[in-house]
Design a protein around this ligand. Sequence first.
Ligand SMILES: [Zn+2]
Length: 440
Amino acid sequence: MTTTLFTNAHIATGNPGSTAADTAPLQDILVEDGVFTAIGPNLTAKLAAQGKDLNGAEVVNLGGKLVCPPFCDTHLHLDYVFTARKPGAVNETGTLFEGIQRWSETKSDLTVEEVKERAKIGIKKEMLHGVQFIRSHADVTDPNLTSLKALLELKEELKDTVTIQIVSFPQEGMYSYEGPHGESGADLVEEGLKMGADCVGGIPHFEQCREFGERSMHTVVELASKYGRLIDVHCDETDDPNSRYVELLSALAYKTGIGPKVTASHTCSLGSADNAYFFHLTKLLKAAHINFACAPTENLYLQGRQDTFPKRRGITRVKELTEAGVNVSLGQDSMQDPWYPVGNGNMMLILDYVLHLAQMMSFEEIDDALKFLTVNGATTLGLRDSYGLEAGKPANFIVLDASSVFDAVYERCSVLRSVRGGRTLFTRHESVDTPLDLLR
Ligand SMILES: [Zn+2]
């Protein structure tokens, strides 16, 4: 048996109300054969009193740093990463729709190996920022399904170090796209599900007309039921307050009882909708129990492009949804692709943006903020049963360079260690050299 005792940790469970202040007692974490078996203060003495000898255990002193479950990035496009500078890919207007156009015009030369190499760099960046769970979309509006093949291979090859869920995503529309042999985007989404994609995707606000968008929402729910998959729709990623596909998606989810398996990504239009509409919609969202994924940096950058001033922020109502009890998680979305020229997988930065944009800075909100990257993400991904710092669950956790959630948010801190199944994936040591006492 492999036994490791991680000592002297401040614990942030990721559950609401968990703040892990400096004054909280330090705790120990016992991991045996890759599973948490005990968490609490003074474990060595406590377990010795129960007749359990930890003398043979490897001991890792965490030095009072903050431990939390690994970060989840619930919205990323691994097939797009690092394509922003390809000839013809540069997005001059900075709009979502030019991004789609540029990708469409430049994606024909993809190969499985090339996509995998780029995606691996993106995954590495995310992991070094504490991410162990990623939901990536794979563009299937390509008759060769190159992106999907590449990401399915990576998912399997990397499963011991990172969990990847893949969305069969019709970037150019379910009913607006037609392939060279007459195949629709919907046909290709279904083919992606047959090949093993975890989630059904859609993009109703991009379809050529409202009827196609509505039809695509029905198709998404039908395919999810037929193949027993999750749903993640790029939904209402526009400033147009009349884009209301989240309403139809939620109603269909409610009718079929699959709400917890459904995610509405982006929903920027809710940032433009009036309060009377949102008030009415909230009742349905709560009843349906669907999840939301917000990509604050991309939506801030891409939306509001038809505005002069005042200029909209472009993101969904994170604060209001959260206060209504609706689950919201966060995503990086893009890394140097035609939609967003930066993006480096730093989820603490993504959190920082959302707290500012959504104006969520009461001390209670800050103390509770890591939930957006942890338990809320695991809820979106449908992985709560195997996620979290609890005895009996896989020993997956990260160590942050802070002693409380507030300090972690305040410092936009680094991740010092990532542990997966009891195995340390990496450690980071940061030091400052200076002759000045002031700077020590
Ligand atoms: Zn996206």
